[in-house]
Design a protein around this ligand. Structure first.
Ligand code: SF4
Length: 272
């Protein structure tokens, strides 16, 4: 393991915030990047200053995600959930809008993840005055993931949340890690990533993501045939495709949503 993996680069202001007793919120999807970030932050932040927060996405997220997060959290770190306030599911919202989210209109992330998470963190800070309204909001994005992510600042003040007596910074602690580094951190901690990786997925979160590669969509179709059928039927009903290529899922994946041969029911831990 290279030394930069063991030592997360901590910006000076972040160091000050942690020393001053700020809350460090670990945004976790249950994916490999969140898991590695959790492992690394637990080494440098006092446990009683950490909270893990997850935005549950129900049927569209990989089965076992919440259990995986709970099983890999360091002892003593609370896990809080940030469900969408309306109670509507992602697929219900797609049906209502008649459109899938897209890279330029990623309301799935803002409405179902960042918005609810910020709401819960505001509540958590209010309920725990010992943090003095100070919050470091840690997210597992990495530069290597995409050119857009590479342009992000790994440390920046969150002006929108820094109101009403709060001081909030967004931090990307694993920004410079490679995919290989991330898996190595998990392995060296004696943990395993979520089962979907061993089953052939390269990313976690929504099983069928608008940003997923063809290979991931195809593998997800094989692993979750029932959900795949639901997505394919929704595409037909609204006349809009999940894929930005405007090709229906069956064409993108080469997997028929009708069922029958070629479908494996592999939802659940593999080889566990
Ligand atoms: S995983 Fe993909 S589809 Fe799901 S919320 Fe994130 S960007 Fe949207």
């Amino acid at each position: 393991m290279s030394s930069r993996i063991a030592d997360v680069p901590v910006p000076p202001r972040c160091n000050e915030m942690i020393r001053a007793g700020a809350l460090v919120a670990i945004n976790t999807s249950g994916g490999k990047d969140s898991q590695a970030m959790t492992i690394l932050l637990a080494r440098i932040v006092p446990r009683d200053q950490i909270v893990a927060v997850h935005a549950p996405l129900g049927e569209v997220e990989w089965p076992g995600t919440i259990e995986h997060i709970a099983a890999t959290l360091p002892a003593g770190v609370p896990l809080i959930f940030a469900p969408v306030a309306s109670g509507k599911t992602l697929l219900e919202r797609v049906e209502e809008r008649g459109l899938w989210p897209s890279n330029s209109a990623r309301w799935c992330t803002s409405d179902f993840k960042s918005g609810p998470i910020q709401r819960e963190l505001r509540r958590y800070l209010k309920a725990h005055p010992r943090f003095g309204g100070r919050l470091v909001n840690a997210m597992g994005m990495r530069a290597e993931e995409s050119p857009a992510r590479a342009r992000k600042a790994p440390w920046r003040r969150n002006d929108r949340m820094s109101v009403a007596g709060r001081e909030v910074f967004d931090w990307l602690p694993v920004f410079d890690l490679s995919t290989e580094d991330v898996f190595r951190v998990i392995r060296h901690a004696g943990q395993s990533p979520h089962w979907a990786y061993a089953a052939g997925m390269s990313r976690l979160s929504c099983s069928f993501c608008i940003l997923a590669s063809r290979a991931d969509l195809r593998r997800a179709a094989q692993l979750r045939p029932d959900l795949y059928r639901t997505y394919a039927a929704l595409e037909r009903r609204i006349g809009h495709t999940l894929s930005p290529t405007h090709r229906p899922l069956s064409e993108v994946t080469g997997v028929s949503p009708v069922g029958g041969s070629g479908h494996q029911d592999l939802t659940g831990p593999i080889g566990a």
